[in-house]
Design a protein. Structure first.
Length: 242
């Protein structure tokens, strides 16, 4: 987000634009005039003048012919009130300029916040999509691990069944069962099943092999389950730790 003070500096008027031409002329007109408040004074003879009570300074005099006219009295009153009116108008002008400056800054900051929010929403959507992909990959890995465990268990059970059959047949016959060829075939069959079970386990272990985490944290993660440190639950299950 843009720094607030930088925004204020860029949206503030430059020294040349600090005041309008009218305001400049009004300030110039106030320079050098009689200080203090001005007021009207009416003499015993009805003569009306503008004076500075504080400075005891005579400022303006209404022509005697105009003292009894409404316009004349309005003119002399305006002259007396002019310095105060000009100062008040300049102050109001400054207040309005400050309000405009604050409004510009506020508008700019709101636009900046809106832009940041749009970027944040896009980032949230991107991270959400990545999270969903990781979850889906983890679920697939869990399903594969379950299938591999079932295949391993079935292979081991088949080996155990064959061993039990040969054991019981040997006990029943009081010694080796069948011909030498039958024994060789049986042993070969058991070895094939054992090899198949071992190969299945090896495939699973290769799928779930360790790899260094690319984030540079130093951890070793599972190739198939990137959200899990190695050994992952699948490997631990093979090792009897599940």
């Amino acid at each position: 987000m843009t720094d607030e003070f930088d925004v204020a500096d860029r949206l503030s008027p430059s020294p040349k634009d600090d005041q309008s031409d009218v305001a400049s002329r009004a300030r110039a007109a106030l320079d050098g005039i009689t200080p203090g408040d001005w007021a009207t004074y009416t003499s015993d003879k009805g003569q009306i003048a503008v004076v500075s009570p504080d400075e005891k300074f005579f400022i303006a005099l209404l022509h005697p012919d105009d003292c009894d006219t409404d316009m004349g009295r309005a003119n002399i009153t305006l002259i007396a009130d002019a310095p105060t009116l000009v100062r008040d108008l300049l102050a109001e002008n400054e207040r309005l300029r400050d309000d405009l400056r604050v409004e510009r800054i506020t508008t700019h900051l709101c636009e900046s916040v809106d832009a940041d929010l749009r970027e944040a929403r896009a980032e949230v959507e991107r991270l959400t999509a990545e999270r969903d992909q990781v979850i889906a990959a983890h679920q697939r890995a869990e399903a594969r691990a379950t299938l591999h465990r079932e295949e391993r268990d079935e292979a081991r059970a088949a080996v155990d069944r064959e061993a039990d059959i040969w054991h019981h047949l040997s006990l029943a016959a009081g010694g080796p069962v069948g011909t030498h060829g039958d024994a060789v075939d049986a042993i070969a069959s058991l070895r094939r099943e054992t090899d198949q079970a071992g190969a299945a386990e090896l495939r699973v272990r290769q799928l779930h092999s360790p790899v260094d985490c690319r984030c540079g944290c130093g951890n070793t993660i599972c190739t198939e389950c990137p959200s899990e440190n190695h050994p992952c639950p699948t490997i631990r299950a093979f090792d009897g730790e599940a």
